[in-house]
Design a protein around this ligand. Sequence first.
Ligand SMILES: [Ca+2]
Length: 195
Amino acid sequence: MRGVLIALLFAIPLLSGLSVAHEPERFTVIVREDTHSPLEANLVVNDSVQYINVDSRENITHEIGLDLNGDGDFDDPDEFSSGPLNYECDRVNDTDCRTAWTFFFNDTSLIGNYILSDLLSDGTEIEVRLNIAADIHIENAPAIGECFGDCEEEETTEEMKRSSQTDLQKGLMLAGMTMFGGASVILLSTIMQKL
Ligand SMILES: [Ca+2]
């Protein structure tokens, strides 16, 4: 019975760990003439977001990215961008032409709240927000070696481990004492027989 209880104690954190594990999701943002739908995307590490340009005006392209120093381009260190997004592409003659951009967040270094710029080829700009949160499952991974606010759960797990070790020690001691007791009885009865 105790064995079953210990097994259950170990199974609970394992099960809860599985339940918080995040399945990668793919978000879609529709890039319109003067806005994005939605204007703010909330993602978790391992998710991806796809920006689809539906601005059908002629010769207008959108370029979405992070302009850290606000100089109107995405070419500076740590900046990134989609490259120009067109409404439609002649894929036969222009293989580089794109109408959508998918951004995968598979690195914890990308965690943060970003204000991105959608720079249009006509000189206008749309400000959009992108928030990337940590995956709870990753937060608990020992490789990071830091506590992100789930310390309590880790401590509980540690306590459970310690507690079960004590139970094991108790069990071993009990077994030892029983064997010692049994041996003593045999020894005593042998002595008694000899007397
Ligand atoms: Ca820049």
